[in-house]
Design a protein around this ligand. Sequence first.
Ligand code: NI
Length: 180
Amino acid sequence: MSIHTILKMGDPRLLKIASPVSQFDTDGLHLLVRDLWETMRSVNGAGLAAPQIGVDLQVVVFGSEQRNPRYPDRPLVPLTVLVNPVITSVGDAEEEDWEGCLSVPGLRGKVPRWQRVRYTGFDPYGDPIDREVEGFHARVVQHECDHLWGKLYPMRVRDFTQFGYTEVLFPELGAADADD
Ligand code: NI
């Protein structure tokens, strides 16, 4: 296992549509998943997508077993590895909330997302995943899967008065929590 460098906004690899995984339960896929978890945990992330470590595959990991110190009020999202995902909205309600991104360090913005979504895909063994979720869980999966379509959250910000430096917007978080 190894901790990888997380690519930052401006890197063209973050702007590509990622390739679908064609073979499941391979050593390479399992190693990628372990590296994503290890890299995500090293920076207290809420999720991480393969393109963020320079791997052109439709693989995301997200969730946590315990409360994220950077999001103490947020509900827990189950640890999930999602391969070749498809997301569809359930209803057309949207909600806006603050997001940050490990590839856009030091900034946060208010991003509109579907309030409720169904997501399908596969785990690394090729077993199907099919869930209907809402709220923060729905937001996390939409954010992570956006990385697979070459989208970073600032591209979805509508009101740029609600976009700025974490340390300015949320001074109570302190310098240690300034990076997402
Ligand atoms: Ni992100």
